[in-house]
Ligand binder design. Structure first.
Ligand code: DOR
Ligand code: ZN
Length: 355
């Protein structure tokens, strides 16, 4: 990484956790990611979810067709685990290089997760297969029983599901996605090198007050929900610590404004347009600019056993105000809006060029 006062050049980063959706939303959002990131792990919770090799390959082709011609970008596809997912399909998909990893959504934990996994026992043979073939397991780590307080769901999941899972499958490679609590930070720090975690920009910036500041703010509603301030500070310490088991995963999750603001608003924060700038803001504030490149561009690739990107990206210091929304033209020609994270705020850096 090279750094002058006003310019910062680093190895091109990858996004290890991304929602792209499909159809016109995919076409509208993809360029925000490919402008900055060289690869991304694409989440499978579209409608219908990605449960077969054929579906993953077709979705990959739709993504590739939507990449702006100026950008080089590799989508890494995931399988959506269900109780009845066939082990052979998973293994074949991994061996063919179609499935890069598999995603475990506890049933009804988040957007389009109703077909998710009902218990760890229900997917025993899948986990055994994945451990044997060294296929990464990506986990949405929240327990969903209605008596568990929503702010405790991640910590409870670690105690009741993740600890038994890791001891039953000690060689399984696991990523605890979008961690939100100091319990998760401490747990990852104390675990074996088979376990890593991604951290989003929004969980580094907001605590749970953001959802209720001056009214109900659906733009800040995501899952897992943002927690108390002490958890946000623990995440900032983890992300900027230089520990290779914490790396970048934006969890950019676009939902149209109408879907966010309905009587049952969707969970998800659309951070793709300024994700790198958002992380940079945190690393600069924490006096850890020298650790951004490893977090954004090295630790994830190393964990997944992929080569580091050779291309570079340069950002310039230049305070700019984030636009309030991006327009999407839907299939029926209606216009709708996506509101980006940091909408209306100032950020201090912006991407200048890729080399
Ligand atoms: O906030 C979220 N949005 N969390 C998730 O786990 C899913 C995502 C989505 O797909 O919208
Ligand atoms: Zn996600």
């Amino acid at each position: 990484m090279t750094n002058s006062i006003d310019l910062l050049t680093l190895r091109q980063p990858d996004d290890w956790h991304l929602h792209l959706r499909d159809g016109s939303i995919l076409k509208s959002v993809l360029g925000h990611t490919t402008r900055v990131f060289r690869r991304a792990i694409v989440m499978p919770n579209i409608l219908p979810p990605i449960k077969t090799i054929v579906a993953a390959e077709a979705y990959r082709q739709r993504i590739i067709a939507a990449i702006p011609s100026k950008d080089l970008f590799t989508p890494l596809m995931t399988a959506y685990l269900t109780d009845d997912f066939c082990s052979k399909e998973l293994e074949d998909g991994y061996n063919k290089g179609v499935f890069f990893a598999a995603k475990l959504y506890p049933a009804n934990s988040t957007t389009n997760s109703s077909e998710g996994v009902t218990s760890i026992d229900a997917i025993h043979s899948l986990l055994e297969t994945m451990e044997r073939i060294d296929m990464p397991l990506l986990i949405h780590g929240e327990s969903t029983e209605s008596h568990i307080d929503i702010f405790d769901r991640e910590a409870v999941f670690i105690d009741r599901c993740l600890i038994p899972l890791l001891s039953r499958y000690p060689n399984l490679r696991v990523v605890l996605e979008h961690i939100t609590t100091e319990q998760a930070v401490r747990f990852v720090e104390a675990s074996s090198s088979r376990l890593a975690a991604t951290i989003t920009p929004h969980h580094l910036h907001i605590n749970r007050n953001a959802m209720f500041s001056g009214g109900l703010r659906s733009d800040f509603y995501c899952l897992p929900v943002a927690k108390r301030e002490r958890h946000r500070l623990a995440l900032r310490r983890a992300a900027t610590s230089g520990n290779p088991r914490f790396f970048l995963g934006t969890d950019s999750a676009p939902h149209l404004r109408a879907a966010k603001q309905s009587s049952c608003g969707c969970a998800g924060i659309f951070n793709a347009p300024y994700a790198l700038e958002s992380y940079l803001d945190v690393f600069e504030a924490e006096d850890a600019l020298d650790r951004l490149e490893a977090f954004a561009s090295e630790f994830g690739a190393a964990f997944y056993g992929l080569p580091l990107n050779k291309s570079l990206i340069t950002l310039e210091k230049c305070t700019h105000t984030i636009r309030s929304s991006f327009q999407v033209e839907l299939e029926d020609k209606c216009q709708e809006n996506l509101v980006p994270f940091h909408s209306g705020e100032n950020l201090r850096w912006r991407v200048l060029r890729k080399d």
